[in-house]
Design a protein around this ligand. Structure first.
Ligand code: FE
Ligand code: FE
Length: 192
């Protein structure tokens, strides 16, 4: 990646986000880059995916719905009700259209970072995990254990995160996107 490409995207994203979200974004980008070098994929790819993963996070619901329909992207009933889940799909649209990202692995990692999916690529997992463990995250259950695991056994870290998320959603009576449970079951079954 040309050195100015990261900077250009970073500066543009900074303008579209509040300070807290931007700090989280950089945390995810750098954490993803470290995970990438440990797990054997190019750092640049992970850096870009991390930088862009929340690029649509601060968009209004209306803007997200309209971008989906303009780009023929469908969304589930759960996503329509819980629009926080939609910023993955919309983020992939923005990364492609606004930031000219053509690498489908980057677009997919952005697209699926909100729900996960069965058969995640290595980059999907890295972004999903980095989103959860970046240094700015406020303490969550087992976070220090998950941080350690992420650098040793990525699937084990992924399973613990999915478990935490499902437990959390259940405990506060929030609806779970079916993809999150499917992802959890897929990876749990692969472990035995
Ligand atoms: Fe996000
Ligand atoms: Fe995030």
């Amino acid at each position: 990646m040309k050195p100015d490409k990261f900077k250009k995207i970073r500066d543009s994203i900074e303008k579209e986000m509040d300070e807290k979200r931007f700090a989280h974004t950089l945390g995810v980008a750098y954490t993803a880059a470290m995970l990438a070098s440990i797990h054997g994929i190019p750092q640049d790819t992970a850096l870009l995916a991390g930088l862009l993963h929340d690029c649509a996070k601060c968009y209004s619901d209306e803007k997200m719905f309209s971008l989906c329909s303009k780009n023929n992207v469908s969304y589930s009933v759960t996503e329509a009700k819980n629009t926080a889940l939609l910023h993955g799909k919309v983020g992939a649209i923005i990364a492609c259209k606004k930031y000219a990202i053509e690498d489908e692995t980057i677009l997919n990692a952005i697209r699926y970072h909100t729900t996960g999916r069965p058969e995640m690529t290595l980059l999907d997992k890295i972004i999903y995990v980095a989103d959860y463990i970046e240094p700015g995250r406020k303490p969550l259950p087992n976070l220090s254990e998950i941080r350690k695991l992420a650098f040793q056994d990525l699937d084990a870290a992924l399973i613990m995160i999915l478990e935490n998320i499902l437990n959390y959603l259940e405990s506060c009576g929030k609806e779970t996107d079916p993809a999150t449970r499917e992802t959890y079951e897929y990876y749990i079954n692969r472990r035995d």
